[in-house]
Design a protein around this ligand. Sequence first.
Ligand SMILES: C[S@@+](CC[C@H](N)C(=O)[O-])C[C@H]1O[C@@H](n2cnc3c(N)ncnc32)[C@H](O)[C@@H]1O
Length: 241
Amino acid sequence: MPRDTELGLTMSREHWVRHARNWAAWARKPDFDAYWEYSPSFFDLVPAPGLRTLEVGCGEGRVARDLIKRGHRVTAVDATAELLRLADEADGVGAYARCDAAALPFATGSFDLVVFYNSLMDIDDMDGAVREAARVLMPGAKMCACVTHPIPDAGRFESHEPSAPFVVHDTYLGPRRWVEIPVERDGLQMEFAGWAYPLEGYFRALENAGFAVEAVREPQGTEDRWRRIPLFLMWRAVKIR
Ligand SMILES: C[S@@+](CC[C@H](N)C(=O)[O-])C[C@H]1O[C@@H](n2cnc3c(N)ncnc32)[C@H](O)[C@@H]1O
């Protein structure tokens, strides 16, 4: 059973509680969302299995399961009880705990890899989550993350045409809360919302927490528009102090 701790609802956590079932259906449909196209680029950044890997913001658990398939000994955490229950049910190998990413219930220096896959931009206290990741990592250990890229977070393509102009209507420098209009595709519905940060937002959080970035990726998509603008930003960082 997942470990559970009492959590109050913040803006982002409330969103995921409301959309947990829709998200689980969305995330689990094979070859459906961007995960299936982009996650191989992310796993190329992930170091070989070491002692203990922590995934923060695991949702219904697909990243944790993929890490386990690659030989990682995984502990996964999320703030949403329903998603954590689904992750635990679908796996049975990893250890699952409910907590806030900015208050991890683990001892200092207990992991040699922390993974955030499309969760840092969902966590209300992003800086706090990065600080906690640094705390629970051993010196010299790695943190790998994928986030929606700050550029598409800041604007929109004007149409679905391959050469559609990309326009920044609001501001690139943030942070700011974004909420997408509800989407429906192949009978599945989802509403996405999160925090948009400029590049400096993420990289200052890493710098302040004692990380040095050793690899950055902006993988190109296969859809025409996403060959021109990156949809995701991925990195691997090492804890240097
Ligand atoms: C887009 S989902 C990503 C799930 C999974 N990593 C994946 O790629 O399938 C974002 C997850 O972050 C979790 N989350 C949001 N705020 C959180 C917080 N403060 N602490 C822990 N998890 C949080 C949500 O519950 C949700 O499961």
